[in-house]
Structure formats: C-alpha cells, structure tokens
Design a protein around this ligand. Structure first.
Ligand SMILES: NC(=O)c1ccc[n+]([C@@H]2O[C@H](COP(=O)([O-])OP(=O)(O)OC[C@H]3O[C@@H](n4cnc5c(N)ncnc54)[C@H](O)[C@@H]3O)[C@@H](O)[C@H]2O)c1
Ligand SMILES: [Zn+2]
Length: 381
C-alpha cells in the first residue's frame, strides 16, 4: 500500500440506501462546499454552526465558499470546548437556527471538531422534526471518526453523550488543509483514532502507518506527499463499511470502541480535563487492551508490544506513568469502568484482540482479571 501522489479529492460513499452520502476528502475541498450543497439541495439556505476557535481560522472561508454559489448563510458561534455539548448551547443553537428561518429543505452546516459535529447534528436532528445537515470536520478526530456515521449527542450531568440521536449527514467535506491550524497536540490525539482503525481491522494499514506516520503528521503541502489524505480516506472507508453494515451498533460497530472502555475510565479519572485529551486516553486504552489480550493468551506479547511501540513512537501516552498527575488505584478505575459499562454477573464486555488488525467483542471478561491486570500496570509506574 503506497500513498497516492494525486491531488484530486477522494470520495468515499456511505451506503445507507436512501440516506447514502459522500465523504469528500482532499486539500482545498472546502472551496467546493457551496457548489456541492447547491447541487444536493438547490435553493437551500444554510446556518453554519461553529466554535470561536474554528470561527477565527476558517469561518470566513466556509461562508465565502457558500456565498460563491448563492447559498445564503447565518452564523451561530458557541464557545470552544466539550462544555458546549450541554443543554444551554443546544438551546442557543436551536433558537438561532429558528431565528435564521432554517426550514425543512434548508441545511445546517457543522463546521468544527467533534464537539460541533455532535451538537449541531443533534440540533439538526430535532429542529422541525429533522433538517438536513452537512459535516465540515476540522479536527483529525472529526475527519476520521465523529463526522461519519450519524451519531449526535450532548452530555448529561450523569455522563457523556447520554442525550442524542442517530441522524446521518447528507454530505461530509473533509478539507485536510484546515488541519494545518490544529494545535499539534490535538492532531496527535486524533491520530490515536487513525491507529485504531489499523489496530482493529487492517494489519496492512498498520504497517503502512509505521512507515509513513511522519508524512501523515507533516501534511501534504509540507511533505509533498498525500499520506495524510490517504490515511484519512482509509479510515473513512473503514468506518463507512462498518456503519453501512451496522448503523445502529447492534453488533460490529462496537469494534470502533477498541480502547474506549479503558480509555473512558482514564478520561473520567482525569475529570475530562486538559490533562488527558480523548485521543490520548484512547491511545493509553488501546495499549491496555493489547496488553490485557496478550496476558489472556490471545496474541503473542511481542505483537502487543509492536502495537504499543507505534503509539508511543508518535508521542501518545501508553503507560499509566505517561499520564500527568497520576491515576487513582485499580479499584477506583474499576468503579469508573462499571459506570461506563453494565456488569453482568461479574462479567464485562471489552473489545479484545487476537492480533494487530483482529479485534473482536468479548462479552465474558472477568471483572477480577481486569482489576488484577490494572493493579499490576499501575505498579509499573
Ligand atoms: N459522533 C461520534 O461518532 C463521535 C465519535 C468520536 C468522538 N465524538 C465526540 O467528539 C468530541 C471530540 O472531538 P474533537 O477532538 O474534534 O474536539 P473539539 O471539537 O473540542 O476540537 C478540539 C479543539 O480544537 C479546536 N479546533 C478545531 N478545529 C480546529 C482547527 N482546524 N484549527 C484550530 N483549532 C481547531 C476546537 O476549537 C477545540 O478547542 C467529543 O465530544 C466526543 O464525544 C463523537
Ligand atoms: Zn474515540
């Protein structure tokens, strides 16, 4: 598998019958946003929902791309950060969209990372019993994961993403050039989800990432290659295929949660703060999932170490001691895991691996085995 040397956009189709849509990936594709929306919904007006960081860097370009093709726009700007996935911002976004006279047949444009995608997507799904929306993801995490698949949500005081819907976008426009303004730490955190697709189902892609990750980080303009675009397209193809087979997560879609049971517990232990970004928690969580799987005899220790070595090589945390501020004891982490997951007769469900690229859902993981494993990992500090 080599990185293509082409500059033209890649289109990945999400095949969901009448609700099928395209993911358009490439440097500069934001400029085509208006033409693409006008082609899909002639005469529609649009409300662009974004956050204040993204607005500073990319709102003018997005609005111009719409205006150029005659799409009238209103702008709705919320504060950057996970805190905006709450009822207050949701209300503000809904009222602003109504004030902008967005009706059925018009479009909500989610311009931002996963926070904006989830918030604007949720608002679109309930406004006037559902209006169409377009995802314009501006973080690596959003381009490879949250903008595809139609999960929308805000947070409850009882936990993350507890209030939401399934509402597929009608188009995803992933401009890889907008990632040039993303803080390096955010890019690296998003890369954990890129590695996730390789680790859960694509050993050849994993080998490609081991050889090409530097070019993915450098980006097209700087590196002269299209490794970044290629990596994003591979991830979107993987997610599109899984979503097409299991839109509502009754089975296979759960594999996308590789590293997320451990990872969510680590995020919660850090209070969902800047100490540990979501992707960083997922990197550490995937490292734990591989180490635990090896300990259960599911794959050779050397193969688990290879997976973990790559995550560490790009600068992602893989060990408890990589997480600043320290972690609570294993018992507390087990409480956090139990809050995230139902425990049935002492058994937990985890995504485990039989090798790099071979993840599976295991419903009978013994709670005590996980606790003992975490105890040992924490002692390796
Ligand atoms: N719906 C799904 O399927 C799904 C999947 C995974 C994650 N999520 C959700 O996604 C959210 C995390 O998404 P995220 O990591 O993209 O976080 P985010 O949206 O908060 O973005 C991270 C930070 O980067 C800034 N930013 C975004 N784009 C930028 C750019 N191009 N230049 C400069 N700064 C930019 C943002 O303002 C923010 O400060 C979580 O709420 C998570 O629950 C949803
Ligand atoms: Zn994730």
């Amino acid at each position: 598998m080599t990185a293509p040397l082409r500059a033209d956009p890649t289109t990945v189709k999400v095949a969901l019958g009448a609700r099928s849509y395209d993911i358009v990936i490439g440097r500069g594709v934001l400029a085509s946003l208006g033409a693409r929306i006008a082609a899909l919904r002639p005469g529609a007006t649009a409300a662009i929902v974004t956050d204040d960081n993204v607005a500073r860097h990319h709102l003018a370009a997005a609005a111009a791309a719409l205006a150029d093709d005659g799409v009238a726009t209103t702008r709705v700007i919320v504060p950057a950060g996970e805190g905006s996935k709450n009822f207050r911002s949701f209300e503000e976004v809904c009222e602003a969209i109504i004030a902008a006279r967005i009706e059925r047949g018009d479009i909500v444009v989610a311009l931002g990372g996963g926070v904006i995608g989830d918030l604007a997507g949720f608002a679109a799904s309930v406004m006037r019993r559902g209006v169409d929306y377009v995802q314009v993801p501006t973080t690596l995490l959003a381009q490879v994961d949250s903008s595809v698949g139609g999960k929308t949500a805000i947070n409850s005081r009882y936990g993350k993403n507890l209030i939401g819907t399934f509402h597929q976008p009608i188009l995803v426009v992933a401009d890889t050039a907008v990632l040039d303004t993303l803080p390096p730490r955010e890019f690296r955190a998003g890369y954990a989800e890129v590695a996730k697709y390789a680790l859960l189902g694509d050993a050849a892609f994993f080998a490609w990432l081991e050889a090409n990750w530097r070019a993915v980080f450098a980006g097209g303009a700087a590196s002269g290659s299209f490794a970044r675009e290629h990596a994003i397209a591979v991830c979107c193809r993987a997610k599109a295929a899984i979503v097409a087979r299991d839109e509502r997560e009754t089975g296979e879609r759960a594999l996308l949660n590789l590293g997320h049971t451990f990872g969510h517990a680590l995020e919660a232990a850090c209070g969902f703060s800047d100490r540990l970004l979501h992707g960083e928690a997922i990197a550490a969580g995937m490292a734990l999932a591989f180490a635990f799987s090896a300990r259960q005899g599911l794959l050779p220790a050397a193969e688990a170490e290879r997976a973990i070595r790559h995550l560490a090589a790009v600068g992602l945390p893989t060990r408890p001691r990589d997480i600043p501020g320290g972690l609570p004891p294993a018992d507390r982490l087990m409480d956090l895991i139990a809050q995230d997951k139902k425990v049935r007769r002492g058994m937990l469900t985890f995504i485990l691996v039989r090798g790099i690229g071979s993840a599976f859902v295991e419903t009978g993981v013994d709670r005590e085995a996980v606790r003992a494993f975490l105890d040992q990992k924490l002692a390796e500090q």
